[in-house]
Design a binder for this molecule. Sequence first.
Ligand SMILES: [Zn+2]
Length: 74
Amino acid sequence: MVSYIMVKIMDIKLNDILVMKKEHPCGGKDFLVLRVGMDFRVRCVKCNREVMVPRQKIEKNIKKVLRDGEQVNV
Ligand SMILES: [Zn+2]
């Protein structure tokens, strides 16, 4: 029997809106993507604060991704 391990890397692009499972201290859940890579730079849409988050950490916390106002599967 052969088993495969699927490693999924989310294809997140600049200007995507990430809707998070866990909210920002301000209560906002939507974050605009400003930089992608090993670390993501995102801006909270509600309070405009910017944060750097490691990719691994942010991917676990993403509930959905909006691109041009529509939900996309990444
Ligand atoms: Zn915020």
